[in-house]
Design a binder for this molecule. Structure first.
Ligand SMILES: Nc1ncnc2c1ncn2[C@@H]1O[C@H](COP(=O)(O)OP(=O)(O)O)[C@@H](O)[C@H]1O
Ligand SMILES: [Mg+2]
Length: 468
């Protein structure tokens, strides 16, 4: 029987999701960083070329005949063309008076204005002619007739080449990010699986144990699982103690109940020998019968408790069924002799079965006890052990047949229930637990108990079937 367990979430799934989520975030960060870096680098390289261009134009500025003259070197603009097909614009001015180039190029704002004394360059990105341009401006001071003149040069270039480079890089960055994500996700799932593996290993090792295996878990476990295994071990230890205690209790209780009853019975018998009045003798007889009944009932109740307990923790061992039955027959022979009943045992086949010998002995004992009780005196009880097939299953059966009244067809279905006795049981001592015990033992061993009447002649025939 497995009791359903509430599970709130799966560690493996949660861990995988968290790790895969982190991998996705990291992949996105990686993508953004790569893209930013690429944008910076490409802007930087454009700036460098623009600066070189501006510098070489400024360098070519000179004073000729008291006039500012600027010869734009061929290389100054061609170096920009080399890099991409972007359009190039320039403007040259002297003391803010436009000299040549594109007059409408954006003005460098005040705060961006190059520091005139130091010739510092300024960089701006601005819209121009339905496009975006990057522009570098710088100044140089020349002196015309002792008067300082500030030559300003701006060179600008559209950014289409840069944009397409960036698009290319972003495609690569996406592939890179995706690749990174896929590899990290696979690693994350693998990591999640490995981290919960010790848990499933522990579960398997505990569930594979036999019902009587109450050893503590000793195989090494990860540190995080130590508290769990510790409490599991202490639980196993407590269970073991309580099981041993109840086993002891059953034995002790059986002893304590039966012994005083036996004493009372002996006393009653002694008294009976001295009593002569038929009335008193009758009362004493009744008393002895009741004592017998109580003693048997107590015994059977405890037997039943023992059977329930042992079938819950079935301890299987391999043994020869015919030997066990022969042993039971031998033990019951004195009881049978009291009624001049003979038990004939015929072991047609031998066969090893695996099971709890004490339980099977108790089942056979109860069936034999019934056969003796319900059979008329001076009769024979036949016990046969033989191999049998039930469909595809091979097994071995113990058949116990007597020459009594047999089972009453009407109530035989209920006779295996607790405390249920048949109509024929009125004059016999009993508590209605014998067949219950036998049935439970057979069920625990995967076997079967069948109640039949003899095909030929009178009497009950009870079969205990054990599959191999
Ligand atoms: N060999 C048998 N012959 C006839 N009836 C039987 C036989 N064995 C069992 N029974 C019937 O089955 C009933 C239940 O048996 P059991 O559980 O052993 O209880 P008890 O023997 O204490 O009455 C008995 O009361 C009896 O009616
Ligand atoms: Mg009985």
């Amino acid at each position: 029987m497995s009791i359903p367990v509430n599970s709130s979430y799966s560690i493996k799934r949660r861990l995988s999701l968290q790790l895969v989520g982190s991998a996705a975030i990291l992949a996105t960060i990686l993508f953004v960083l790569v893209l930013n870096f690429a944008a910076q680098v490409s802007e930087q390289s454009q700036d460098n070329i623009l600066t070189a261009s501006v510098t070489s134009i400024l360098d070519s500025a000179s004073i000729r005949g008291g006039e500012v003259s600027v010869d734009i070197p061929y290389a100054a603009l061609s170096m920009l063309g080399n890099v991409s097909d972007d359009r190039v614009f320039y403007r040259i001015s002297a003391d803010d008076i436009f000299l040549t180039g594109y007059a409408d190029l954006p003005e460098v704002k005040q705060q961006n204005r190059p520091d005139e004394s130091a010739g510092v360059r300024s960089f701006i990105t601005a819209p121009y002619k339905d496009d975006t341009i990057r522009m570098v401006s710088a100044t140089r001071q020349l002196s015309v007739g002792g008067e300082p003149v500030n030559i300003g040069v701006s060179v600008a270039q559209t950014r289409n080449g840069q944009a397409s480079t960036l698009a290319r890089i972003s495609r690569t960055a996406i592939i890179l990010g995706l690749g990174f994500f896929v590899i990290s996700a696979a690693l994350a799932i693998f990591a999640a699986q490995t981290s919960v593996r010790p848990l499933s290993r522990l579960a398997v090792s505990v569930s594979r144990r036999g019902p009587k295996d109450l050893r503590p878990v000793q195989s090494p476990v990860p540190t995080e699982m130590v508290p769990l295994v510790k409490s599991l071990n202490s639980f196993i230890a407590r269970l073991k103690t309580s099981l041993t205690r109840s086993e002891d209790f059953i034995a002790e209780a059986a002893h304590r109940v039966r012994t005083p009853l036996a004493t009372v019975r002996v006393q009653a018998e002694i008294v009976m020998r001295r009593v002569e009045k038929p009335q008193n003798r009758k009362a004493l007889k009744e008393m002895i019968r009741t004592i017998d009944e109580s003693s048997r009932a107590a015994g059977q109740l405890l037997d039943h408790a023992m059977v329930t307990f042992r079938t819950d923790h079935l301890e299987r061992k391999s043994f020869e069924l015919a030997d066990l039955v022969a042993d039971s027959v031998e033990r019951m022979a004195p009881l049978a002799e009291l009624r001049d009943i003979k038990i004939d045992m015929l072991s047609k086949d031998r066969g090893q079965i695996s099971g709890d010998q004490i339980l099977i002995q108790s089942a056979v004992h109860n069936i034999l006890d019934n056969a003796i009780k319900y059979s008329p005196p001076e009769q024979v009880i036949t016990v046969i052990v033989q191999r049998e097939r039930q469909g595809d299953l091979k097994g071995i059966t113990v058949q116990i047949a007597d020459r009594g009244q047999g089972f009453n067809k009407n109530d035989s279905a209920r006779l295996t229930e607790r405390f249920i006795r048949g109509d024929n049981a009125a004059d016999t001592v009993g508590s209605g637990l014998g067949l219950t015990i036998a049935k439970e033992v057979m069920q625990a061993h995967g076997g079967d108990l069948t109640l039949n009447n003899q095909q030929y002649g009178e009497g009950a025939c009870v079969s205990l079937y054990f599959p191999f």
